[in-house]
Each structure stands twice: as structure tokens, then as C-alpha cells.
Design a protein around this ligand. Structure first.
Ligand code: HAM
Length: 456
């Protein structure tokens, strides 16, 4: 709990109110993301915020940081063991089977957005409640879908305004870069793990405390460590790419060819493993590489679902052909990504990318006296229905105050309703630029406003 100020209850640590300023950024991201996803045939889905905890335990990995220490779980009075969803992929796979999507034309393509919960150490770029936009393509192992998923994530970021082009006056550049790797499948990964374990065993004494434990539980996780000593040892360690079986090699090559075709810049990151057990074959993260200080960065010791780097990822994803089987369902090949909305908002501000513009209110309705106030109360709704974007401050009765507000929001026209006008069905229309005023019939108001605004 945050420190309470004189009995005032505060929001839980790592969970924040999001006010309209940030929500405008969020809206811009969602609008673009939805548009791109829908264009490529993805359909929206919403899954519950709470799920049976079993849904996450094995798919994410009993030894993953999220399952080990970051899940919010609760036992209900009825004895159910639930978890606040820490991620969206396992719930989408559950929903696929529960809703009979196996009988739909494959692949089934779904997108989602909403809040996720991880009990992490809160710091910049890492929250306990955070929002993601994600997309999953289920029911095919075609490499083109891995590339499509990466392409969609990449082009959403491009549409938002991140790119390889130079920024405004400051001349900064921000460069989106996809870090990509293949971690093989059930056939070839065990051999690699064995070789990795043998290599690290020889260096055991030089590993950090966590890696000594990781080596026993899941040797791939050792590659995720950013402790300087472990990072140094990693540089000589065996690489998965050299241990891929023919099928995985062909698949990965094909993914890269599609990325080349779409001219998406990528970096082969041989040590990218990601933090959940459900991944197989393609894994990727998207970073913003730039020279600007203050990038969303985290100290090395922090571990999440993602691979750690000097900067944290904006997007993470990959193929998870074994997830359904881990859950005890029929096999289901699938690939997906999700992007962190708070991190995107932070980067948008840093790179002066505009949020969603709010339409400027050009009309302001002012009342003088009780009868006019009553009439304003209904007139405002008539304007809304007629599609006129009007503002008012109906709880303020002072004329000067209302005029000041009209000027402050930059209204072009003030509609002034006095007692007399309220009685005889007219209204004064004042041009805020030259203060010229004319009286018009309320029944003709909408067409008068439209004609007047056309000239502005
Ligand atoms: P993830 O890497 O754990 O993957 O999260 C994806 C993105 O969510 C990260 O790149 C980051 O932008 C954001 N994120 C994660 N944790 C936090 C946090 N504590 N605070 C703020 N932002 C955060 C997944 O969640 C997978 N379900 C992705 C996926 C979809 N794989 C296949 N399909």
C-alpha cells in the first residue's frame, strides 16, 4: 500500500488512475491498432480479468518469474483458485476451445486490449496494472503468420509515429528494431538445453545466485540474465540457431524471408529466449533504438515476462504451438504479440508524438436567468442530436464568467439566451471574433449555426 495521507485512501502501489490527458494517447494507440488488426481480418475478443489460476501455472512455467512471484491469486469461499490475468495469450487459447472456434475457418485471428496484472517492483515502464493490445493467429503453423504478426505490430508502431525517419527540429531519430530468434521445438530444443547445461556447469562457480538455481530449473532462463558476470559467460555459450532441426530451420528462414519482403528491419538475437514456457520456434521483441536519454529503462536485476535489455521492449511475442497441449487440449499451432500501452504512451510523449486530437468546441451556450437556464438544459440536447458540437457551463449563472469560458475554449460563436429570448423562442448569436450579435429564431438555430460556421 502507498503511504496514506491523513486517512485518504490511495490507489494500490503500481496501479494508477489514468486521466484524460493519457487517455487521449491511449485512444490514439487503440484506434490505430484496431484499424490495422481489423484490416488484416482479426476479430475483437474480450476475456475475463480473472481466470482459473491453472490456466497460467504450467503454460507460463512454474519457474517463470510471473508464476513464481508476480501472480495475484485468490481463493474464493467456494474453494476456487483464481488469478488476475497476468497476460492474454493463455486466456485466448482457452476461449478458442471453449467457444468451439476449432470449427471456424482457420486460422482464427483475434485481437484484444485491456488491463493485466503482475506483482512486480514498480518503476518506470513497469507497473502492477498495465494495459496491453494484443493479437493472436490460431490454427496454423505457416511461417507467413509469424511474419504477419510481426508486421502488424511493427506497422502499428509506424502508424503511431515511430519510425526510422528523423524527428522534428531536434533532428532525433527513433528506430524501430525487431529482435528475433528461433528457440526450436520439442524435437530440437532438448538437445540444445543439454548442451547449454553442460557449458554452464563448467562455469557454475561464476554464475549469479539466481542463475545457479535457473540452471537446474530451466537452463534457457540463464540466457536472460543481465548480471555482468553472467552476460560475459553468455557470449561464448552455444546458440540455439546451430541446433535447430531441419523443420525449424526451414520455418525460421521462411519467417525472415517474409520480413525481408516487407522491409522490416530485424536483428538476429541468438540469445533472445523470452520468459514464458509456452514459446517454441519464433520469438521476438520490438525495441525503440535511439540516442535520446530517458528511454524506458530498467535496472538489470529486474525480470519480467520479457527478455531484459538496456531498454525494455514495447512489444513481445512469438509462436506457441505447444500451449494448448500443455493445457491438456488438442494441439493448436498459434502465434501472437502484445504491446504495452503505458510504455508506448511514455515514448510518444518523449518523441513529441501527438495524442488523439479532441475536436474543438466552436459553439458555447450561455444563459441569463432561471427561465433561460431551464431552456438551455433542453436546447443543449437538441444541438447534440443535430450534430452541433457545443459546450456549456450550465452550473455557472454569471454572464461574464460564461463569456470568459467561451473565449478560453476558443469558441467561434456564443449563443446567448436571456429571459426574453427564452419566452419568445429566439436566441442571440454572437460572433466571438468581432462581437457582432444577431437575434435568430430557435427553430432556425441549427441551420443558422451551420451557415455561419461554413464561413469561418
Ligand atoms: P510480455 O513480454 O510479458 O508478453 O508482455 C508484452 C508487453 O507488455 C511488453 O513488451 C511490455 O511492453 C508490456 N508489459 C509487460 N509487463 C509490463 C509491466 N509490468 N508494466 C508495463 N508494461 C508491461 C506477453 O504478455 C505475451 N502474452 C505476449 C504474446 C502474445 N505472446 C504471444 N502472443
Amino acid at each position: 500500500m502507498k503511504k496514506q495521507k491523513q486517512g485518504i485512501i490511495r490507489s494500490p502501489k503500481g496501479m494508477h488512475d489514468m486521466l484524460h490527458g493519457d487517455i487521449r494517447y491511449l485512444e490514439r494507440i487503440s484506434e490505430i491498432a484496431r484499424e490495422v488488426a481489423e484490416f488484416y481480418g482479426f476479430l475483437p475478443i474480450q476475456t475475463p480479468h480473472m481466470e482459473d489460476a491453472q490456466l497460467f501455472l504450467r503454460p507460463l512455467g512454474e519457474t517463470s518469474d510471473v508464476v513464481e512471484k508476480e501472480m495475484y491469486t485468490l481463493r474464493t469461499k467456494g474453494g476456487d483458485f483464481f488469478a488476475l490475468r497476468p497476460e492474454g495469450t493463455a486466456p485466448v487459447v482457452r476461449a478458442y476451445f471453449e467457444n468451439g472456434m476449432g470449427s471456424w475457418p482457420q486460422p482464427v485471428k483475434l485481437y484484444y486490449e485491456g488491463s493485466f496484472f503482475r506483482h512486480e517492483k514498480p518503476q518506470r515502464g513497469r507497473f502492477r496494472e498495465f494495459r496491453q493490445f494484443g493479437a493472436e493467429a490460431l490454427g496454423s503453423d505457416d511461417a507467413v503468420l509469424d511474419a504477419l504478426i510481426i508486421k502488424i505490430a511493427y506497422f502499428i508502431l509506424r502508424e503511431i509515429g515511430f519510425s526510422a525517419k528523423g524527428g522534428p527540429a531536434s533532428g532525433w531519430k527513433n528506430n524501430l528494431l525487431v529482435h528475433i530468434n528461433s528457440i526450436g521445438d520439442k524435437a530440437c530444443r532438448p538437445g540444445y538445453k543439454k548442451e547449454l547445461t553442460n557449458y554452464y556447469r563448467k562455469k557454475f562457480n561464476y554464475l549469479c545466485k539466481d542463475c545457479k538455481r535457473r540452471l537446474k530449473d530451466n537452463p534457457l532462463r540463464v540466457l536472460d540474465c543481465k548480471e555482468p558476470g553472467c552476460a560475459e559467460i553468455k557470449t561464448q555459450s552455444p546458440q540455439m540457431i546451430e541446433h535447430l532441426c531441419e523443420a525449424c530451420k526451414t520455418h525460421f528462414k521462411s519467417v525472415l524471408e517474409f520480413l525481408d519482403e516487407a522491409q522490416i528491419p530485424y536483428l538476429l538475437d541468438n540469445y533472445l529466449v523470452r520468459g514464458f514456457d509456452y514459446y517454441g520456434r519464433t520469438v521476438f521483441e520490438i525495441f525503440l533504438e535511439d540516442g535520446k536519454k530517458e528511454a524506458v529503462g530498467l535496472p538489470a536485476e529486474e525480470k519480467g515476462g520479457e527478455h531484459q535489455s538496456a531498454q525494455v521492449a514495447l512489444v513481445g511475442g512469438g509462436r506457441y504451438d505447444d500451449l494448448a497441449a500443455i493445457l491438456g487440449s488438442k494441439p493448436l499451432s498459434a502465434v501472437g504479440f502484445s504491446m504495452g500501452m503505458e510504455r508506448l504512451i511514455h515514448e510518444m510523449k518523449r518523441f513529441e508524438i501527438k495524442p488523439k486530437a479532441h475536436p474543438q468546441t466552436k459553439i458555447f451556450l450561455i444563459h441569463i436567468g432561471p427561465a433561460a437556464k431551464k431552456r438551455s438544459f433542453t436546447l443543449m440536447e437538441e444541438l447534440r442530436v443535430a450534430g452541433i458540437d457545443a459546450g456549456e457551463s450550465i452550473s455557472r449563472d454569471n454572464l461574464k464568467t460564461q463569456l470568459n469560458i467561451a473565449a478560453k475554449i476558443g469558441a467561434k460563436l456564443a449563443l446567448i439566451l436571456g429571459q426574453k429570448e427564452a419566452m419568445d423562442g429566439t436566441i442571440m448569436m454572437r460572433d466571438m471574433d468581432d462581437s457582432l450579435q444577431e437575434t435568430v429564431l430557435q427553430s432556425k438555430l441549427v441551420e443558422k449555426i451551420k451557415a455561419k460556421l461554413k464561413k469561418k
